[in-house]
Design a protein around this ligand. Structure first.
Ligand code: KE4
Length: 430
């Protein structure tokens, strides 16, 4: 792959982009700040592959940061969009499509009795926190170091994803008085949570059930159950941010995988299948507080957009338990292959997965918190990322992001990937 590697068209477009957008991008993690170098400009995607404007092909394990569980341009989604868009692209009026997608979600997540569609995960998490504050009458919230719940002011405190990737302490522009209402604790540390929750009345404890924004960090046994118990004891609401884990870590998301039921859940990514869809929901007694049924205001011009609903419905309908199991198996094979590559090379690799979401650290393990994740060899990761990219495998351009798998990544693609990654590690550690 490196012999014919050209980037001239990407470079020319990025030169124009840097003049138009801050950092040349429309979302910080895309700028390669965590790995150095310059992003390529993508031309198209199909199945497990993307091609850049210079014609270089990559096997894509970022998949638009999670939404594309069926792969790029899946025919079922394209056919659904083609059929719906000819009847109009947006109305700002109730449609049958939003009813159909909501009924599908409720059927797979029975703890979500009522929900509201929005257009981004940030809106979903932000609105869930607002509802929690309204229902409890409390202002303080607790999040975990390394978790990312979007860019609403309340969450840009020790956040993960791009905030962690770029090493931003928190974020300028967030009033100190507001940041002071956000408490943080290390992931997997129930004692730290108890200490805060028993002294400070919390509106909610918001958590990524598996962290995907500090790399891939699963909960230790009993952690999520412990959060549930602390919320029951102290009156805080438990909010699962399943924007990333939803319909990826299990057919019914984290609640099905771990058997812990939150009071509210934020969803996104997969439920739109690549179109801008997110949602927040939970028990009817809680969601009935949202306007116009209740007094908690939240609104959105394109919420429930018919094209986005069609993309999500086609995606979730195709993602049957049988297909989910196949994608989960292949993800397991990828992770097992990564561990074997590390063992053969004598390089410490901690790799893990849940459903079709996975991650790796160049770290002997265990990695149970953001602090431990930061002890990984990020310099090696940077060299590994570029060596893989130059050989046709596109990983998330940050040591603090999860990877994803799609139904389009066949066994042959996984085998090809592992061959490339073994060569990339050899080059990266030289
Ligand atoms: P959006 O506002 O980007 O749609 O969703 C925010 C969000 C909320 N909760 C979780 C668990 C998330 O992972 C995200 C967004 N994830 C990042 C990458 N890890 C999106 C990529 C980006 O920021 O460009």
């Amino acid at each position: 792959m490196t012999a014919t590697w050209t980037t001239t068209r990407s470079q020319a477009l990025m030169a124009r982009a840097r003049d138009l957008f801050p950092g040349g991008v429309n979302s910080p993690v895309r700028a390669f700040g965590g790995v150095g170098g310059e992003p390529f400009v993508v031309a198209r995607g199909e199945g497990p592959y993307i091609w850049d404007v210079d014609g270089n092909r990559y096997i894509d394990y970022v998949l638009s940061w999670g939404p594309l569980v069926l792969g790029h341009a899946p025919p079922v989604v394209l056919d659904a969009l083609d059929e719906v868009m000819r009847r109009g692209t947006s109305f700002g009026i109730p449609t049958g499509l939003e009813v159909a997608l909501a009924e599908h979600i409720v059927e797979r997540m029975p703890h979500v009795e009522m929900l509201r569609f929005v257009s981004s995960g940030t809106e979903a998490a932000m609105s869930a926190a607002r509802v929690a504050r309204a229902v409890t009458g409390r202002d303080a919230i607790l999040k975990f170091e390394g978790c990312y719940h979007g860019h609403a002011d309340a969450f840009l405190v020790k956040a993960g994803s791009g905030v962690a990737t770029l090493g931003l302490p928190n974020s300028p522009g967030v009033p100190a008085a507001l940041a002071a209402l956000t408490y943080t604790a290390p992931f997997n540390d129930l004692d730290a949570v108890r200490t805060i929750a028993r002294t400070t009345p919390l509106a909610c404890i918001m958590v990524e059930p598996i962290i995907g924004n500090a790399g891939f960090i699963p909960p230790v046994a009993g952690f999520l159950e412990g959060l549930r118990a602390i919320c029951d004891e102290t009156g805080a609401l438990l909010v699962f941010d399943e924007v990333m884990t939803g319909f990826r870590v299990a057919y019914g998301g984290a609640t099905e995988r771990f058997g812990v039921t939150p009071d509210l859940v934020a969803l996104g990514k997969v439920i739109g299948g690549g179109l801008p869809v997110a949602a927040y929901g939970g028990r009817r007694e809680i969601m009935s507080h949202v306007a116009p049924q209740g007094a908690v205001y939240q609104a959105g011009t394109l919420s429930g957009n018919p094209l986005a609903m069609a993309g999500g419905l086609a995606t979730l309908t195709a993602l049957t338990p049988a297909l989910h199991a196949i994608v989960e198996r292949r993800t397991g094979e990828l992770v097992a292959g990564l561990r074997a590559i590390g063992a053969r090379a004598g390089v410490p690799i901690t790799a893990d997965h849940a459903g079709s979401m996975w991650g790796l650290f160049f770290h002997p393990g265990p990695v149970r918190s953001y602090e431990e994740a930061k002890q990984g060899d990020t310099a090696l990761f940077r060299r590994f990322f570029h060596a893989a990219r130059e050989r046709g495998v596109y990983l998330a351009p940050s040591a603090f992001e999860a990877g994803f798998m799609s139904a389009a990544h066949g066994d042959d693609v996984v085998t090809e990937t592992l061959g490339i990654l073994e060569e990339a590690l050899t080059v990266a550690r030289a």
